[in-house]
Design a protein around this ligand. Sequence first.
Ligand code: ADE
Length: 986
Amino acid sequence: MSSGNRFSLVSLFLGIALCRLTHGNQVVLLDTTSVLGELGWKTYPINGWDAITEMDEHNRPIHTFQVCNVMEPNQNNWLRSNWISRQAAQKIYVELRFTLRDCNSIPWVSGTCKETFNLFYHETDEAHGVKFKPAQYTKIDTIAADESFTQMDLGDRILKLNTEVREVGPITRKGFYLAFQDIGACIALVSVKVYYKKCPFTLRNLASFPDTVPRVDSSSLVEVRGACVDHAEERDTPKLFCGADGDWLVPLGRCVCSVGHEEIDGSCVACHPGFYKAYAGNIKCSKCPPHSFSYGEGAAICRCEKSFFRADKDPPTMACTRPPSPPRNLMFNLNDTCLMLEWSPPSDTGGRRDLTYNVQCKRCGPEPERCQLCEEELRFLPRPLGLTNATVAVVDFSAHANYTFEIESLNGVSDLSSFPRQVAVITISTDQSGPSLVGALKKDWASPNSIALSWQQPEQTALPILDYEIKYYEKEHELLSYSSTRTKAPSVIISGLKPAAWYVFSVRTRTPAGYSSYSPKYEYETTGDSSDMASDQGQVLVIVTAAVGGFTLLVILTLFLLITGRCQWYFKAKMTSEEKRRTSYQNGHVPFPGIKTYVDPDTYEDPTQAVHEFTKEIDPSRIRIERVIGAGEFGEVCSGRLRTPGKKEIAVAIKTLKGGYVERQRRDFLREASIMGQFDHPNIIRLEGVVTKSRPVMIVVEYMENGSLDSFLRQHDGHFTVIQLVGMLRGIASGMKYLSDMGYVHRDLAARNILVNSNLVCKVSDFGLSRVLEDDPEAAYTTTGGKIPIRWTAPEAISYRKFSSASDAWSYGIVMWEVMSYGERPYWEMSNQDVILSIEEGYRLPAPMGCPVALHQLMLHCWQKERSHRPKFTDVVSFLDKLIRNPSSLLPLVEDIQSLPESPGEDMDYPMFISIGDWLDSIKMSQYKSNFMAAGYNTLDSVARMSIEDVRRIGVELIGHQRRITSSVQTLRLQLLHEQEKGFHV
Ligand code: ADE
């Protein structure tokens, strides 16, 4: 067909708005719709593709290439783009928009007209100019139209525009050409767009993440470390993962605004004057505390006003304070031996609570300006400095003296103030009594417990000496206590002292006018000789008696407290977790003695407590996320690696809780971890730990290379030996035995909730489902409002929510059936309602094809209506162990009825189908009724003898249907045999 005969399609495109999606994550390398000048693409040969440029209503060019040599055979027309730089792309996307003419709508072209064209590319580091060698080009794909148009469409001006996108990669050279090969079609190429995808620059958690090009391998992610925005600093390393489609996934870590800055709309903004922020973190700037201010922007701390201070240990959030005013109402009380000073606290504490007092003593002679400090001479009780009570006792003062006491109030900022201190002052004269001092105190002798002292009597006294008072104390315990004794004579024997101890003595006289001041202090030591054994023993006896008495008292007191209930808290605390265990025994489960029992996290008032108790917190820096492997109800599930110091790095699966969750979702999410963390068994998925202290919240479990059992079996249909399958079932049963021994009822045991590792070890997973059945796509609402996976659930659990280990045993039977049928759907496409009804009527799943009789019998045993008749998991494990030890027991298949070892149990409730039609209805194969009838199969007996060849021969073509019918035939055979054995005639 000559170019003159070509359809002029361009005009049809005029006025069509080419609606383009511009995604933020696409980087466009070429878009023919936005090229304003000539495109300059090459065509080979010259009379093949035709470039047509027309203008749209905005006077922008529309570049179209068309070719329509449908009448001429052996077409090979090439159109080559200009060289396109790949920039950062590793994988490119080519989006083509074109129309294609339906060959049937063009008369006389059959044989020559084609409805496809080919897309090629060629990578080079530079442009080749006009050189074009088709052999250098690699084919991307043959492009066919989803919709081609006819002459009639043309007449009606109906345009059927096709859009096709192809991925090409990895691209490694600097650029590439695209080429379009026409082999005899009628095509108009309306636009070509070439782009690559990137995860666009983004700000997340105060960190910026640059434009990132995804990996070519669509299942692996690029880990990108974010840079904190200005005035922010890292908390946990901020990371994002760039997915193949240019989406950012799984944000980890974060930055926080530095001191003096707060977060506003994703950036860190300086605090305004009058505000401050002292710590880096997700907190807002605060108003300056009282008596402080900030003038500039971005204050980390507010400065104190004049005369106000902040002590070293004061937090920046605290108001500035000042020293206190002086104490008020200072008074004294003097008696013979003691001067009590008392005062009231200051009227202004300066805004602080750390108020103390210092006492200073001055002794002044007749000229007041000649005062000297006298603290050394006196004793202050409890001490002269740092008093916390507004009182002090002064002893050992002289009788004829004027003392001036200055009491100063202080607080934590007193030392910072340069203001002169203000004190309360009192002057006291002790000149109240007459007699003067006695002379020196001499030691006459000493023993281990006694010291004899004597002194000179004063020579002349105005008043008669009534007696002497001797004050003494053990030097080591100076401030604790002292003793005194009186004597009329100028000598005394002080006894009851400790051996080899230093004592301090002083003495004063008493006359009718009162006491003299004390003599200076004298220090004497008792001897170390322990001749005074009797008294020492006496002391020991006293101590022992006191100790025994004290202990007895303690015992009595404890008993008393117990009886009066004061110790109840102790017992409560002790019993709480035990009680929790008790309340956790589900459905009257009595745990085995010595076996740990499961504690329901819901029995904790605070569920985080359960998380703490049963899980380990993992530092997120130990986790490396590698790829997304699925999506759970709460967020993505990823695979990755976990490092533990001193241990080998291990593969893990990481469940994440996506952002924006509410507290209830976090609790439900972590609930599973609190449950899993209580288990430790090779057939239960192992919890490695949780991340709760940083975002995102994660649950980290061991990685199971082969994923969930149902899909694993579907992908490997027929690949395993019966022994391997029984090995998997044994593992699941062993895990379930452990759970039931712990008192845990799973409620959603199904092959989809079993995970398989690289050694084919099966582990039970998906816990915490009493709530989270929401998460199971199989769970459907029952008439009683519960959400239950009907096909896997025992009748009593469906009808009145009676979940127990026995209902788990029913589900286990279904899992057996799923395993032996390589992931077939239980009860196939029957509706949930039909499943419930047929079970109620006694129907049970037939043995899958190739299923050993022994295993189908075990399944039937698990599906007994009466739940107490179902096997316990411990029975299941030992039964399977026996089969594994004796593999010949697995040889008789259900289809091989001659060698049945024994008939099914007495109370096995097999359905008896009255007619072939009923039977086919029950297995949803009603469409083959006529095939059976036409082939002469009109009794159940004859059907029971059918082989798979027979099933094929009567016209059942679909393999799935052949399988379903054959496995049901096997069960039918088994039932008939059973009935015959029981004496029925069929
Ligand atoms: N999917 C969910 N959990 C998994 C695990 N532990 N291993 C592998 N795939 C999983």
